[in-house]
Design a protein around this ligand. Structure first.
Ligand code: AMP
Ligand code: ZN
Ligand code: ZN
Length: 365
């Protein structure tokens, strides 16, 4: 057999079940014959520090709707991070249509908040180029604003912080920014994560995310085929770990939907991102910065989304404190979902998560 055929025969073709949300499972198919898959063109990086015409650059503050907050608070002109109302909000508090149910038509009032966080005065800076202290401040700002929004109005059931970076990730503005959307319902995928991890906890008496971390850090293990006795899978020490700090870990999920998807989680169990202390955010920021530097080294100019999943507020979620574990999901967008993915709900991943993790770990920082 040629080397290529040997490689082909070792290729993975398997449906990997997401242990928390089975509906988000993945078809990992690494056979060479499956390529080429339409790859997103890497976007030309806009590395400019300042752009005269950009509404998010310093000096153009009047081109955004009213400022909600600015950091540091005493440095209006020399701001490092700004929160503003979104000029084109997808949810707002001006909705005049009450929700209704009519037959199969069910609508919930589109009440909510949509805000833009201008991450840095530097127009084209990437996360891995920011100081660790700045990243820690940025996540501290997310935290404060989440707290304020939850307190502002009890109709807001979930506050989602996310970032779009690059056109392939849906970003329409080149200046580095993140967004907060507060919704009048808990989004279904967050709800499923919370509910399913609660059910796992009831059966197993420990948090499934903590178990995933333990598995990512696992010792060497072999999984045998019961009938033939052959080794079907060998798991090496730390095979799924990308980066590790004192308090946080970046892991490559076994069932990754996206080729370069990475999740960052606190090593100690914690359900609520808003409870993370500033000192811990420093460690988080370091893990995130190093993770993004690894991604940049491997896939140059990654276009990605990231989003925070944290326990929803409200009484009905209080008993999920031990079973839910907050995390940041980073989803680099290297290809466009196709008809099979939309039609089946199965994401196709053509790079084995084990191999992707190895490549990311191998980067010398
Ligand atoms: P994205 O589309 O992910 O790049 O996010 C950019 C967000 O900024 C969009 O939700 C826009 O509605 C919003 N936006 C665009 N221009 C402005 C502006 N001048 N001030 C405030 N928000 C803006
Ligand atoms: Zn700018
Ligand atoms: Zn946990």
């Amino acid at each position: 057999m040629s080397d290529e055929l040997v490689a082909e025969s070792r290729a993975i073709r398997e449906i990997r079940i997401n242990p928390i949300v089975p509906s988000e499972s993945v078809l990992v198919a690494t056979a060479r014959s499956l390529r080429p898959r339409k790859q997103e063109e890497p976007a030309p990086r806009d590395t400019r520090k300042h752009v005269e015409a950009c509404p998010f650059c310093r000096g153009n503050e009047e081109q955004t709707p009213p400022e909600i907050d600015v950091f540091p608070r005493n440095g209006k002109k020399e701001w490092q991070i700004r929160i503003v109302e979104n000029l084109y909000p997808i949810l707002g508090d001006d909705s005049s249509q009450p929700g209704f149910v009519y037959g199969l038509q069910q609508a919930i009032d589109g009440y909510g908040r949509h805000e833009v966080i201008i991450d840095s005065p530097q127009h084209g800076i990437s996360i891995h180029e920011m100081d660790v202290a700045h990243i820690a401040n940025l996540f501290g700002v997310y935290q404060q604003r989440m707290q304020q929004l939850y307190q502002l109005d009890e109709r807001l059931k979930y506050v989602l912080v996310f970032k779009n970076f690059g056109p392939a990730a849906g970003a329409s503005m080149a200046h580095t920014h993140s967004q907060i959307i507060a919704t009048p319902v808990v989004p279904q995928n967050v709800f499923d994560e919370v509910q399913n991890s609660r059910q796992y906890f009831e059966r197993n008496h420990h948090c499934i995310f903590c178990a995933l971390i333990d598995e990512a850090l696992t010792f060497e293990a072999k999984i045998y085929d019961r009938s033939s006795g052959e080794v079907v899978r060998k798991i090496d020490v730390g095979q799924y770990v990308i980066e590790r700090g004192e308090k946080f870990i970046a892991i490559k999920p076994f069932a990754s939907r996206y080729e370069w998807e990475i999740h960052i989680l606190p090593l100690h169990h914690s359900s609520d991102f808003m409870n993370t202390r500033q000192a811990d955010l420093d460690d988080f920021a370091q893990v995130l910065q190093r993770t993004m530097a690894r991604l940049d080294a491997v896939i140059g100019g990654a276009q990605y989304n990231f989003f925070l999943h944290s326990i929803p507020q409200g009484e009905e979620f209080q008993n999920c404190d031990q079973s839910y574990h907050w995390h940041l999901e980073i989803c680099p967008r290297t290809s466009i979902p196709n008809g099979f993915e939309l039609g089946s709900g199965l994401f196709v991943n053509t790079t084995s998560p084990e191999q992707a993790a190895e490549q990311l770990r191998a980067v010398q920082l």
